[in-house]
Write a protein that binds this ligand. Structure first.
Ligand code: SAM
Length: 236
């Protein structure tokens, strides 16, 4: 059974850490953590540490943090700007963005975005859980939802903007290969971008329309595919 990994709010350091709530339930009841058992901890900023259970209660436990196992990861500078989707799909998108190594998830509101109240806490919880599972030491930042026009208005010149365009564009891998180390991928909603939005994106100097193939992908599929392509040619 692999050593459990938990995200704890920063700052982490040598010394005792008290774990309670659902994380304590997971360790005590699911992982059957006993005194002396190891638990890996990370706080998103200082890397990964080793904790050893020193006291195990019914609802909480104390972990003695004894050493740092890994420095904080170098996060490839990729933003995923995606229109929020229906509940289950946006949760899946957030989880895949984290697993695939995204630095920042920017919920981008477009005219055809159909979404009830976006629950940012739920999305962040999904990303934390994905980071615990996939071994990341950093959890992607989750930006406040932003309208497409506002996002494009002050686009930073050095950041490449790969606009995933189902109407066709440069093959994604070719466009991304030689692009800037700071990049963003823009994915539309289920209903796609409208003509005005397409024109606004094309107005950004750093924007390149990229194709993920001849099929019409669901927005969440396109997001995961585009990030995977960028990571395979740029990230690490
Ligand atoms: N216009 C689409 C249609 O006819 O159904 C609706 C948009 S598609 C379901 C959702 C988003 O995924 C698009 O806005 C685009 O960003 C991305 N996408 C889908 N297929 C793609 C492809 N083959 N290449 C690049 N992006 C794609």
């Amino acid at each position: 059974q692999s050593t459990p990994r938990l995200f704890v709010e920063a700052p982490l350091g040598i010394g005792p850490v008290r774990i309670e709530g659902p994380q304590a339930h997971y360790l005590v009841s699911v992982m059957r953590t006993k005194v002396g058992d190891p638990v890996k901890l990370f706080d998103g900023v200082s890397g990964e540490w080793l904790g050893v259970a020193s006291a195990v209660g019914k609802r909480d436990l104390i972990l003695d943090v004894t050493e740092r196992l890994r420095e904080a990861e170098v996060v490839p500078d990729l933003w995923l700007c995606a229109a929020p989707l229906k509940k289950g799909r946006v949760d899946w998108l957030a989880e895949k963005a984290c697993e695939l190594g995204v630095a920042r998830l920017v919920p981008t509101l477009t005219r055809r975005t159909v979404v009830d109240k976006l629950n940012l806490d739920r999305l962040r919880a999904h990303m934390i859980e994905a980071a615990e599972q996939c071994g990341r030491t950093a959890v992607p930042e989750l930006a406040e939802p932003v309208k497409l026009a506002a996002l494009l208005r002050d686009w930073p010149g050095e950041r490449a903007l790969y606009f995933a365009d189902e109407a066709g564009g440069v093959p994604a891998a070719a466009a991304m290969r030689d692009g800037s180390a700071s990049a963003a991928i823009l994915i539309g909603p289920e209903g796609g971008f409208d003509e005005e939005e397409r024109a606004a994106v094309r107005g950004v100097t750093a924007a390149v329309g990229v194709s993920l193939g001849p099929r019409i992908l669901r927005a969440d599929t396109a997001a995961a595919a585009a990030v995977a392509v960028w990571m395979s040619v740029r990230g690490d």
